[in-house]
Structures are given as C-alpha cells and as structure tokens.
Design a binder for this molecule. Sequence first.
Ligand SMILES: [Zn+2]
Length: 416
Amino acid sequence: MIRFNPNIPWKTRGNGAIALKIKTDKPESIKKNVIEFIKKYSAIKDGANPGLVFYQNENIPSHFSEFGDRALCSLIKRNNAKEFVSKNGLESFYLGNGQGLVGAIGAIGYDFDDHTFELISYRNKSNLGKKREIFKQSVKKMQDLTYPNTFNSFDEQKNRILIAPHGPDPVFFGIRGEDIDSVIRGKSLVFSSEKFDGYMVFRTNQGTGAHLKNELDVHDLKPFSSGHITGKVIDIPRVEIGGHVIFSIMKDDQKIKCAVYKPTRLTKIVSNLIKGDVIKIGGGVRKATKNHQRILNVEFLQILRLERNMKAVNPLCHACNKRTKSKGKNQGFECVKCKKTFPNKIFEDISREIECRLYMPVLSAHRHLTRPMQRIGKLNNKIEFDDSRKWFHISKSGKAVNKKLEIKINTRKLKH
Ligand SMILES: [Zn+2]
C-alpha cells in the first residue's frame, strides 16, 4: 500500500494505491476478476476515480520506479499517466476521469528504501455507517505493550484512539507497525463490541517520510511538490489570525515564504526563530492564489544552527549590581544608587528557548507518510512476507467481546 504525494489538491483522502504481485498460469482470468471487483466495489458515487494497471513481467523496469518517485513528490497529470500506459503497452482499466492511473503505475514500480506495515481490519457490511465502538483502554494498553514496534495508535495527550477512521468506509481499524508479527499482536490486543469480517496486512511506505526525502529546487518551486529545503531565516516569524505562523528563509538568493499551521503545535517553536538561524524544513508547496503568494507548508523543522540573540539593554552597575537608568535621550545612563554614569547601552545574550534538534508536529497532525520521532534513522528494507505468516484472514464468526471483557483487560495482565 503506497501513499503518494499528500499535497495534491484533488487526491482522495489518503492518496493511496495498492500493488499486488501474483504468480499464476491463469493471468487472463485474474485480470477479468480484478476488473469486476473494481466495477463492483469502487465508490464512484462518492467521486472516486479508480485506475488499474496490469504489468505482466518478471522484472519491473526502472522507469516505473521513476514514475513512482515523481508521484510521491510532485504533481503528475492524468494525461501523463495515460501516455505512460500507451507508450509501455500496458493493459489498463479506469473509471471516472482516470486520475487513479497515476497511483496504479506508481505503485507497480515503487522503490522501497524503507517500509512499515499496517494491518487493516474490515467491517461487516451490516455495520457500515455505524459508530465504531472500540474500547479505548484496550488500545492504550496495546500501545503500552507493543510500542515502538507499533506506532501512532493512541494519542496520550488528547486521550484519543488513532487507529480508527471516522467516515463510512469499510475499514474498522488499522494497526501500524515495524513488522508483521507486531501488527498481528497489536490487533489481538484491541477489543470492541463489534465483530469484524477479517483483516489484511500491507507492506507500506507510511511512517517513512519518503515524500520529503528530496531537496526542493528553490529556483523552480513547483506548486504541490513536496520535499525539503535548508536555509537561513531572514525575517522574524509573524503570528497570523488563526494562530498560524509565517516566516521566510533564504536559500541560494531565493526567498521562500513558509507557513506553520496551528494544529501541528510547531507554532510555538517557530515563533522563537530569529534572523540568521539555519534550519532544515520539509513540507509541501502551496500554489499561489490571488490573495496568497506561493508558500511552503511546514511538516517538520530541524534546527541546525542557532544565531546568538543579542539585545541592547541599559548597562549594569557592577559595584552595586543594579541596572542603570537612562538620563534622557543621548545623555547616557546612571546608577540609581552610586550615581556612576555609563555612556552607552550594552549588548546582552538572551537565552534561546529552542535547541538544535528535530521538531515534529503533534501526533494528531501526522499524515500517513509522516515519519514519527521514534522512527528517525530507522530503515526496514528486508521484505518479510513469506508463506509462513497469515497476512490475510477472514473471520468465521468475527471477534466479539462484551463489556465484561474490557473490565477484565484493565485489571489483569494480558498474555498473548
Ligand atoms: Zn552603582
């Protein structure tokens, strides 16, 4: 399951695509079936534009990966995808406008340099649209027992579960983690009053920060592109109405305006930046409109060098350890106690409230691709899928527990 550029305005919510590699001696019957499934289950009425591409070969050429890389960090028009399909003689199928072809091609060639897993459980049809009753305490406990091998399941600060979507979609909950065993264990620790129909484990680029790995070209900042820039702060951050913070950095004589949005809770950090600080920021480029110029929406901030913050203050009388008072404009300063005079203000260092380190948005503002703090420097690149693990499972009776069980799990240690 590949998440593509989250900064595309007309994307579906998660901008995701799925690639399946199938070894078969009946390719035609599989293709026919997949097309039937897409026709039957796609949410066309809700505006979905699904795309499907078949590539029948042992090896995947590198230009498929390049396409995937571009779909991760930039904007690809659906006509480019259609051209790619015809140039490469691919079999394809789409509904709606064909926008889904971009993700379908990109997913075939996606080159993982890091991955995580997500176990997604699916609701019974009879429950679609109903509120998901998942026992909060079990999710909290699951996180306590499995973190950091699972991540972003429970927001301790807001006391909220993060594993379940809120809309009418068929996903019941998703457990994100580093390996298959951890997400399956995580699933077994989550309790609810609803039976679910089954689950699937996906290898994914979620939590890898892959959309920000490329350096943005400051001479050609394309709208809706994602990446990172290292530059020097050139103006003092300004708090806008709504609590968002705007500032600018300079890189190669180019001024780049940056915005930090309030829900990220990074606003307090960036408000402390001063001219001369060197920072690395990642994010997406927002298109210029009539009212706004082009702007980089900040998704992470790494402070590389802090400038000394000097402030001119009245001199201190060292004999009395007292701050002096001004005698009037251009008339120097005088100690209130011993009356000693001083000609000029002096400069003092003001301590900086921020440090040279990486700052990330709060959990609730993370996107699917956001690399969580505990994954910094982590690289999974060995593929773990093999026949020994059940990467998909259809429930016979679903898994239901009653309220009694939730009370139980709060009071005794779970053994799994
Ligand atoms: Zn004095």
